[in-house]
Design a binder for this molecule. Structure first.
Ligand SMILES: [Zn+2]
Length: 193
């Protein structure tokens, strides 16, 4: 079991070695997912496992659970059983807990690919609500399930389009364009009204 303190991963210098930066990004993702979802229940996020047993990527997704403030976030892989806990996550920039009650609206469950979920996690989020939506994406039978209202979906689609338009890195732009197409494909105007 990996026991980590998030505080050690908050101020990673830009020139930190790649493996250290990737580990920090991984742990921050777990905290974002665990704080995006409900407290007390363990749920399977779309975050991939980092392990590569026998040099092949583990296909598992990370199951996350957040208990009371003051207790660590727990995570484990759905497939290989790799697991850990992360302490000192409260009030960090990756703590996405709601400060206000959620607005109630009709919520759709959109089925996306893990690739799209991964591209969405790279967004520079204009606000915490969208970040919470994306890190709250659940894994289910090989798909990524995004729970959104019409309004949230419009905001998310706009955010992806805006970022794709300003992206100079060709490969990242392609990932964002693909995510934009995927969001539109599941939610063409005809389906939504
Ligand atoms: Zn695994």
């Amino acid at each position: 079991m990996y026991v980590t303190d998030l505080q050690h991963f908050l101020d990673m210098p830009p020139d930190a070695p790649g493996p250290a930066r990737r580990l920090a990004e991984h742990l921050r993702g777990i905290v974002r997912a665990a704080t995006a979802g409900d407290a007390q229940v363990a749920w399977e996020s779309a975050l991939p496992c980092r392990r590569r047993p026998a040099n092949r990527r583990c296909p598992g997704r990370l199951i996350v659970q957040r208990g009371e403030p003051g207790s660590p976030i727990a995570w484990r892989c759905s497939t290989c059983g790799d697991d850990g806990v992360i302490s000192n996550w409260e009030e960090s920039p990756f703590d996405l807990r709601r400060r206000r009650p959620a607005l109630v609206g009709a919520v759709h469950q959109l089925v996306l690919s893990y690739q799209t979920a991964s591209a969405l996690r790279e967004l520079l989020f204009p606000d915490t609500e969208l970040e919470r939506l994306v890190f709250g994406i659940r894994a289910h039978s090989g798909d990524a399930i995004l729970a959104v209202t019409d309004e949230q979906l419009d905001e998310l689609t706009d955010a992806v389009a805006a970022e794709a338009n300003h992206e100079s890195n060709r490969r990242r732009r392609q990932r964002l364009d693909a995510a934009y197409d995927a969001l539109n494909a599941v939610t063409g105007p005809a389906d939504r009204r």
